[in-house]
Ligand binder design. Structure first.
Ligand code: HEM
Ligand SMILES: *[C@@H]1O[C@H](CO)[C@@H](O)[C@H](O)[C@H]1NC(C)=O
Ligand SMILES: *[C@@H]1O[C@H](CO)[C@@H](O)[C@H](O)[C@H]1NC(C)=O
Ligand SMILES: *[C@@H]1O[C@H](CO)[C@@H](O)[C@H](O)[C@H]1NC(C)=O
Ligand SMILES: *[C@@H]1O[C@H](CO)[C@@H](O)[C@H](O)[C@H]1NC(C)=O
Length: 328
């Protein structure tokens, strides 16, 4: 055998090995079909119970999955109770919610199928169920994620989009985890449910970027409403609806709001009103505002993409027994 033949032989073996690795690292919908056949029903029931107590929990569980996936991938790293944890990073502290609900789901799942189902997969299923139970689309959740051994606080501080970012910054943060402009717009539609605190948009209300006047892209009636809810030196923790028309309902009103200057966060309104939007996101906002089916279909697709960011699979990571701590 010539040297070049053996080179090609090894290359072929290497290629097959890499294909095998790629296939193995792929998430699949049937991952727990035999190991935990009732998983879907258990999570659905627990999410239903949680939102019966507090409807906002649907929004909180959706956001929890987003904030998990953007930092080191969808690996439940956000759930870890460590002092340098992600839950204490700026975008998460006193902001991200739902940890107790995830604990309850995990307890029920563990009693049915111990040591089998990851916390990362539970969060992904809970996010899907939250959207569906709020009137939104559904999709088949890909499964087989494993749980991280570490959290990444600095990753959370730098990787998560801020409501004060411009569209270029937001687009870049999405691109850094493999998501495109369409994902930016469709996933921002998640703000069709849930609340935001005053401190995250009050900069728009009185003296926007040092102009001495409010953000001119904000509808004037909504502006005077918000000025009452969030007065200067008022309670920065006070909350109001991200989608004022239909706060608890997952629908495309969020996009209609943007056409009417009624986006709550600057990062919402710039998808339609900024100069950058004219050549990037504006037309898609317009399409979603008139075509709810298109929004639902794109949102579901983008959620599957977001849910597939850098999962730990195979023998990486672990199946945590308690979602808050790494197994001893
Ligand atoms: C595009 C960049 C994004 C920015 C700048 C952003 C920013 C924010 C901010 C500032 C809040 C309020 C937090 C607080 O009051 O403490 C919020 C809430 C929320 N976000 Fe986003 N977000 C973005 C994308 C997303 C995505 C991709 C999703 C999910 C698909 C999402 C889902 C939510 C939900 C559901 C809430 C309400 C949570 C609750 O009421 O507990 N957001 N977001
Ligand atoms: C934390 O996240 C940053 C930014 O994504 C990344 O460069 C770094 O490797 C991560 N660190 C750990 C320990 O995962
Ligand atoms: C955010 O945008 C500003 C202004 O365009 C720019 O100076 C800054 O570097 C951007 N930051 C990131 C992280 O892209
Ligand atoms: C608005 O903010 C700028 C910069 O912080 C400041 O110089 C200006 O005096 C403020 N204007 C008003 C009306 O408060
Ligand atoms: C907002 O709430 C957090 C948590 O309860 C608290 O630590 C913080 O001091 C509050 N901030 C303001 C401005 O009231």
């Amino acid at each position: 055998m010539k040297k070049s033949d053996s080179f090609y032989g090894y290359s072929l073996i290497l290629a097959f090995f890499m294909l095998f690795l790629a296939a193995r690292s792929q998430l699949i919908t049937d991952f727990y079909k035999t190991s935990c056949p009732n998983l879907m029903a258990i999570v659905r029931r627990e999410v239903q119970n949680a939102i019966k107590i507090e409807m906002r929990m649907a929004a909180s569980l959706l956001r929890l999955h987003f904030h998990d996936c953007f930092v080191n991938g969808c690996d439940a790293s956000i759930l870890l109770d460590v002092s340098d944890g992600e839950k204490f990073a700026g975008p998460n502290l006193n902001s991200v919610r739902g940890f107790d609900v995830v604990d309850n789901i995990k307890t029920s799942v563990e009693s049915a199928c111990p040591d089998v189902v990851s916390c990362a997969d539970i969060v992904a299923i809970a996010a899907r169920d939250s959207v569906l139970l709020s009137g939104g689309p559904t999709w088949k959740v890909l499964l087989g994620r494993r749980d991280a051994l570490v959290a990444n606080q600095s990753g959370a501080n730098t990787g998560l989009p801020s409501p004060f970012d411009n569209l270029g910054n937001i687009t870049l943060k999405f691109a850094n985890v493999g998501l495109n402009l369409k994902d930016v717009v469709s996933l921002s539609g998640g703000h069709t449910i849930g609340l935001s605190r005053c401190l995250l948009f009050s900069n728009r209300l009185f003296n926007f970027t040092g102009t001495g006047t409010p953000d001119s892209t904000l509808d004037t009636i909504m502006l005077s409403d918000l000025q009452k809810i969030c007065p200067v030196n008022g309670d920065a923790n006070k909350t109001t609806f991200l989608d004022r028309n239909s706060n608890d309902l997952f629908d495309n009103n969020y996009f209609q709001n943007l056409l009417n200057g009624k986006g709550l966060l600057s990062s919402d309104q710039i998808l339609f009103s900024s100069d950058e939007a004219k050549t990037t996101t504006q037309s898609l906002v317009q399409s979603y505002s008139t075509n709810s089916d298109l929004f639902f279909a794109d949102f579901a697709n983008s959620m599957i993409k977001m849910g597939s960011i850098s999962p730990l699979t195979g023998s990486s990571g672990q199946i945590r027994k308690n979602c808050r701590v790494v197994n001893s």
